[in-house]
Design a binder for this molecule. Structure first.
Ligand code: NAG
Ligand code: NAG
Ligand code: NAG
Ligand code: NAG
Length: 303
């Protein structure tokens, strides 16, 4: 990076110092071979054969290639004189394409091959250093559901905990928006929202999910997923109805009880309870009146 920065400074210096000089002077300044640094993240399915390339130089220009497999603390290398080294000895090998470009071959890729691969490859006129993070794909869990929202209907499609992030689209042309969340351990969850006008028939609505784990795309319909919600909703409705019924029954019983008592006793005795009530309340009423008069008199004193 430092060399790169230095070259850039020299270049910009040359341009600003002397506008008259041209390409040729710049070329003479950049004479130290450029080192190119690059990093990539690549996802591979378990069981596949994997090829990692460092650059596109052929053996005609290449001086040597070294692959450092950091998580296994081993290296595989080959130079232009045919001298090879392999301290990994786990089936990985350096091979050539048909036009003699070297690449690292990983047969039958598995979780054990996941990690960082560093490649170093000087060639005539430069050098390439590449850092590749190799990750095993993990298929996401898919679900699709529909929720009413004011005067619209919103359809949701979710691809949970996949590696890498899934790509979601819909079989309808309407506007949709996707949100990608980075989870722990390199997993991704993607949720797509599709806003539909109220009353849209969502029976035929499908979300289409593409992911490197599968060939082609998977279609997810509303009925296939979120089954867990249905018993829960039924349970909630049953509880609410039971509570309402219990409430009605309670009120009904309370209202009916005096009626039953009336029917049991004769009409003359039914009038007596209100009289008793008045007698019971009266002493309290007089007490309040007395307190009030004391309050009033003390208030008079102060004024
Ligand atoms: C710089 O080179 C370009 C062509 O590459 C040429 O058209 C231009 O006249 C040159 N300028 C000077 C100052 O030499
Ligand atoms: C690839 O090419 C280099 C240079 O020609 C040679 O040394 C090496 O043996 C070749 N490797 C394979 C696997 O063919
Ligand atoms: C690939 O590796 C798995 C286990 O890691 C093994 O079961 C399978 O047979 C291997 N396949 C090939 C083609 O070597
Ligand atoms: C779709 O989205 C764009 C930009 O967000 C907006 O201008 C357009 O009106 C939307 N179309 C519909 C049918 O909602």
């Amino acid at each position: 990076m430092w060399i790169y920065a230095a070259v850039f400074l020299l270049l910009s210096g040359a341009w600003s110092d002397d506008q008259g000089t041209n390409q040729s002077t710049v070329n003479s300044i950049t004479s130290p071979p450029p080192k190119v640094y690059e990093s990539r993240i690549l996802y591979f399915n378990n069981g596949n054969d994997v090829n990692l390339t460092c650059g596109n130089k052929t053996w005609k220009e290449t001086i040597y290639v070294i692959w450092n497999i950091t998580f296994k603390d081993c290296r595989i290398s080959l130079d232009d004189k045919g001298q090879s080294r392999d301290s990994c000895e786990d089936g990985k090998s350096l091979q050539n394409t048909s036009n003699f470009q070297p690449y690292l071959h990983i047969p039958n890729f598995s979780h054990a091959d996941e990690g960082i691969y560093k490649c170093e490859s000087p060639y005539t006129g430069g050098a390439k250093n590449v850092l590749i993070k190799v990750i095993t794909t993990v298929s996401p869990n898919l679900s699709m559901w529909v929720e009413p929202n004011g005067n619209e209907t919103v359809a949701f499609c979710k691809a949970e905990r996949g590696k890498p992030a899934a790509n979601i689209s819909w079989n309808r042309a309407e506007n949709s928006s996707s949100e990608e969340t980075r989870e722990s351990n390199g997993f991704f969850t993607v949720e797509s929202r599709l806003v539909l006008p109220e009353g849209t028939d969502t029976e035929g609505l499908r979300c289409l999910v593409r992911h490197p784990c599968w060939e082609g795309e998977k279609t997810v319909g509303r009925q296939e997923h979120r089954k867990g919600n249905v018993p829960w909703l039924c349970f909630l409705i049953v509880v609410v109805i039971t509570l309402l019924l219990a409430g009605f029954l309670f009120i009904a019983l309370k209202k009916l009880r005096p009626l039953w008592q009336c029917q049991q006793s004769d009409p003359s005795s039914s009038k007596s309870p209100p009289m008793e009530d008045v007698e019971e309340v009266e002493p309290y009423a007089s007490y309040v009146q007395r307190v009030n008069s004391i309050y009033n008199s003390s208030a008079d004193l102060f004024t």
